[in-house]
Design a protein around this ligand. Structure first.
Ligand code: NAD
Length: 358
């Protein structure tokens, strides 16, 4: 089979981690008999330098016409003084909008080999955990009506949280679909004891759950959920929530997993899906060849699983990374004092070796 992927390397360490990931994809293609075709396009600061804008139309067109987008990271000090609409980060928001990406998927998994970098006690995390946060991305308070007005108490500012049944229904379907591909458990997080929008959220999630009788559904208030991910993260499989609550909970969960260089993400919606590491362009280490490529490689594994339905291929990448970590290979961000530190290229090579052997 041939698969078309738009590649946006971006800025800083983006090109370094994406180059590694393409090597892994090519090897997987060889091993399993697929061809991955890449169309490289510019977005972010590098696009601004060439086109005078961070997200040129030609980039949007290529992304739209591909089956998936693989993105490194955008941004850097060089472009910090540009006006808002020209800043590299605008490219990400623009792509989300243009591709209709309303669902953000962020796995928070703790590899057994990195247990020590988790701030929780060993008896809580046991042999690791694996949570998938499914966050609504284009609705809620971040996109609701907002304003500021003069009142007798001085200025009063407001931001309105609002969700339509359609918005909840479509993100809930993504959550349940993901649960079906995993351990068939979904926790919907809301604040329905206080918020009207959360009451509609909960009612709609319950309605959608009727299409997925195999998935065990439970509900949790967001304040309780924020405690439960610390108290017992292993209880969660898929955690479905709103834009605001998901923003906060996914960062909380990422702190439990060790390094930011390990965590992938996917954004899905009505059009082409976007796959990217959760980290930024890391200008402090860009060009040094020491970035951890694992978050981007795991993002590619998500692409294989969710867009191309290549489960064995995604499993092969994920278990190779698990093995490499168990064998003690580390980039600087995940190495303990005194441990040997691999470069980006060396880490890529050891992952390739395991895939070849496996
Ligand atoms: P960052 O994630 O780039 O870096 C935070 C810290 O983590 C740095 O010390 C960095 O060296 C380290 N780090 C990040 N990724 C790593 C990796 N793969 N391997 C080893 N170490 C890694 O966050 P920041 O410093 O706040 O932002 C830098 C730039 O990236 C800014 O311009 C910001 O706007 C942008 N950014 C872009 C995205 C994106 O493209 N989606 C996301 C976040 C930040």
């Amino acid at each position: 089979m041939e698969y078309n992927i738009a590649v946006v390397k971006g800025d800083g360490i983006g090109p370094e981690v994406v180059d590694s990931t393409i090597e892994i994809l090519d090897l997987i293609g060889e091993k399993f008999g697929h061809k991955f075709s890449y169309t490289e396009v510019l977005a972010g600061g590098c696009a601004y330098d060439v086109y005078g804008e961070p997200l040129p139309k030609s980039t949007i067109d290529v992304c739209r016409n591909s089956q998936a987008v693989l993105l490194g990271a955008v941004g850097g000090n060089k472009w910090d003084d540009l006006p808002g609409d020209k800043r590299p980060e605008r490219a990400i928001l623009g792509l989300r909008k243009e591709l209709g990406l309303f669902a953000n998927l962020r796995p928070g998994m703790l590899f057994k080999a990195l247990e020590e970098s988790c701030p929780l006690k060993a008896e809580i995390v046991g042999d690791g955990f694996d949570i998938l946060v499914v966050r609504e991305l284009t609705g809620g308070i971040y996109f609701g009506e907002r304003g500021i007005k003069d009142t007798e108490n001085g200025k009063t500012a407001y931001d309105i949280e609002s969700y339509s049944e359609m918005e909840v229904r479509r993100i809930a379907h993504i959550g349940f679909e993901m649960a079906m591909k995993r351990n068939k458990k979904l926790t919907s997080v809301d604040k329905s004891n206080v918020l009207e929008s959360s009451r509609l959220w909960r009612k709609t999630v319950i309605e959608v759950s009727k299409d997925y009788p195999e998935v065990e559904l439970n509900h949790m208030y967001v304040d309780n959920a924020s405690m439960q991910v610390i108290r017992n993260p292993k209880q969660f499989d898929v955690l479905l929530t709103t834009n605001l609550f998901g923003d906060i909970l996914s960062d909380e969960i990422s702190m439990l997993t060790g390094s930011i260089g390990m965590l992938p993400s996917a954004s899905l919606g009505t059009g082409t899906g976007l796959f990217e590491p959760i980290h930024g362009s890391a200008p402090d280490i860009a060009g040094k060849g020491i970035a951890n490529p694992i978050a981007t490689i795991l993002s590619a594994a998500m692409m294989l699983r969710f867009v191309f339905d290549l489960k064995a291929e995604a499993d092969c990448i994920e278990s190779a990374i698990d093995k490499v970590l168990n064998e003690g290979h580390r980039t600087g961000d995940i190495a303990k004092k005194g441990e040997k530190v691999l470069s980006t290229v060396e880490m890529t090579e050891v992952i390739k070796d395991v895939i070849k052997r496996g």
